[in-house]
Design a binder for this molecule. Structure first.
Ligand code: PEP
Ligand code: MN
Length: 263
């Protein structure tokens, strides 16, 4: 079902007013994790002003250590909803557990499946049944073929509104947090009618690298970008080294627009 031999015309995924896969780069931006209302409202207004079309933020966080901040849960989703009502931006947020589907339906416009759950097949099936658009990360050890098959699980439930997201894979390289696989992203795009997103923040691991990786992804044909932005990145409760300041994000948005216009 994900193959462009089966469906010839490119799929456009609508998330409220944002249409992903429609010849314009759609940018989703916001903090790694929802920490409090002031943080989210500040960043939501800033990214909207800079030209983002979707607000991101994690309320349920898949942290490597159980001692790290795990997210605010439903309280975090409520804060995102409030920011959405104030700014008009639709919300994308990560779901980790099938038991949370009804809660997510109340607050979010797009469900994200994270890299660590990319092959949680029961979660893929239930999220597929939920009916909301899905942002599906590539598992950090998944081949392009395996990544496309994870989307197949969702489409098989009758939900074709899936955006695939390259977020870096594990390699021997340690200079970056993950290795963004631009080649794999292009290879996926050649095989599927689904739109493709790139997340430059998680493979970068350091904010100094984020602009370049974002621009590389746009040059390679990404339909969407997912970028972490925090009002005070150095104080962030997760991924503090890779989150952009609102000022840096605004500069990046200008660079993205300039590049997209030149392509
Ligand atoms: C995220 O986008 O918040 C996230 C946890 O990303 P990933 O699943 O790609 O690590
Ligand atoms: Mn993060």
């Amino acid at each position: 079902l994900v193959s462009n031999e089966w469906k010839k015309e490119p799929t456009k995924v609508k998330v409220k007013d944002a249409e992903i896969g429609d010849n314009k780069v759609i940018v989703a931006a916001g903090p790694c994790a929802v920490e409090n209302e002031e943080q989210v409202l500040t960043v939501a207004k800033a990214v909207k002003r800079a030209g983002a079309s979707i607000l991101r933020g994690g309320a349920y966080k898949p942290r490597t250590s159980p001692y790290s901040f795990q997210g605010l849960g439903e309280e975090g989703l409520k804060i995102l909803k409030k920011a959405s009502e104030e700014t008009g931006l639709p919300i994308v947020s990560e779901i980790m557990d099938t038991r949370d589907i009804e809660i997510f339906k109340k607050y979010v416009d797009m469900m994200q499946i994270g890299a660590r759950n990319a092959q949680n097949f029961d979660l893929l099936k239930e999220v597929g049944k939920a009916g909301l658009p899905v942002l599906l990360k590539r598992g950090m050890a998944n081949t392009v073929e395996e990544w496309l098959l994870t989307a197949e699980y969702i489409l098989l439930e009758g939900n074709g509104n899936v955006v695939l997201c390259e977020r870096g894979i594990r390699t021997f390289e340690k200079a970056t947090r993950f290795t963004i696989d631009i080649g794999g992203m292009v290879a996926a795009k050649l095989q599927t009618h689904l739109p493709i997103c790139a997340d430059p923040s998680h493979p970068a691991g350091k904010r100094e690298l984020v602009h370049s990786l974002a621009l590389a992804a746009v040059a390679a044909g990404a339909d969407m970008l997912l970028i972490e932005v925090h009002p005070h990145p150095e104080k962030a409760l997760s991924d503090s080294e890779q989150q952009l300041t609102p000022e840096s994000f605004e500069v990046l948005m200008n660079r993205i627009r300039a590049l997209a216009n030149a392509l």
